[in-house]
Design a protein around this ligand. Structure first.
Ligand SMILES: Nc1ncnc2c1ncn2[C@@H]1O[C@H](COP(=O)(O)OP(=O)(O)OP(=O)(O)O)[C@@H](O)[C@H]1O
Ligand SMILES: [Mg+2]
Length: 261
């Protein structure tokens, strides 16, 4: 039995008095492509931000790749992680956000090479070679010298994907990477993501409101409501034959709003 690459164990998280997550547990196997779906405010982004160490947890444990994320093991005891531990753990994970936050004053190539050169000490030549391969993969090689302002939203998002991949994370997190795009640009980014999902053995977590995309992308779908997993299963099970009333209601609403499932 292989060990999970992500093991979330009874985590809780509040913002002020509002409890977003209350004892959430879930596991992700290496190479798995997971889609997280659910109504607005159900905690999907919070989970990704916690994994990316952009938010702290109030309780519980998270293991990434066999190591504690927010704790350090010292003499058989679990102590809160220090900044050095978090920095090291963070390198295992890459994230792409809804709003492609590229460095506006750097060209596409520099956007992709900067982090490997600064955080991993990769020599420029090697970083640029890898960057070209990644830009090739996302169909942006011919724009390597362009500035972000000269790119469409879809192109920026494809560069943002290449930039996150440049650090060779074991786990990639995608939070609604198509929802800020004009409709005609959504498909090009989805195509890159589908290709990525099919071709790499990286573990990927995708949050999306596009159910058709979740269906194509994922091996497993988790339906969240109010910080809890209401139902999980293979895409066909969740989308064609949901068992829980809340999942059925959610999908009905999505279809009524004109989305493809
Ligand atoms: N920094 C914050 N401060 C206060 N409340 C927050 C903060 N971040 C999230 N929340 C609240 O936590 C809940 C979960 O938010 P989250 O962004 O994780 O939901 P989501 O499932 O990603 O929703 P959406 O589909 O709209 O993106 C929401 O009620 C939100 O208002
Ligand atoms: Mg969100």
């Amino acid at each position: 039995m292989p060990t999970p690459i992500i093991k979330i164990d009874a985590i809780s998280k509040s913002f002020g008095t509002f409890k977003v997550l209350d004892g959430l547990s879930m596991q992700v196997m290496p190479g798995e492509k997971l889609a997280l779906i659910g109504p607005s405010g159900s905690g999907k982004t919070t989970i990704l931000r916690i994994l990316m160490t952009l938010e702290r947890i109030d309780g519980g444990h998270i293991q990434i790749d066999g190591e504690q994320l927010y704790h350090m093991e010292r003499n058989g005891q679990l102590l809160p992680a220090d900044e050095r531990h978090l920095t090291r753990m963070r390198q295992k994970i890459g994230m792409v956000f809804q709003l492609f936050n590229l460095f506006p004053h750097k060209c596409v190539m520099d956007n992709v090479t900067l982090a490997p050169m600064l955080t991993k000490g990769t020599p420029r030549a090697a970083a640029e070679k890898r960057a070209m391969e990644l830009l090739e993969m996302v169909g942006m090689a011919d724009k390597a010298k362009s500035m972000p302002a000269q790119l469409s939203g879809g192109q920026k998002q494809r560069v943002a994907i290449a930039r996150a991949l440049a650090l060779s994370p074991k786990i990639m997190l995608f939070d609604e990477v198509t929802s800020a795009l004009d409709p005609e640009l959504v498909e090009e980014v989805m195509n890159v993501m589908r290709k990525l999902a099919a071709e790499t053995d990286m573990t990927m977590l995708l949050v999306t409101h596009e159910m058709g995309f979740a269906h194509d992308f994922a091996d497993r779908v988790l339906f969240f409501d109010r910080g809890r997993i209401v139902e999980e299963g293979k895409p066909d099970e969740i989308f064609r034959n949901p068992k829980q009333e809340r999942t059925q209601g959610f999908l009905k609403k999505i279809i009524a709003a004109g989305h493809r499932v």
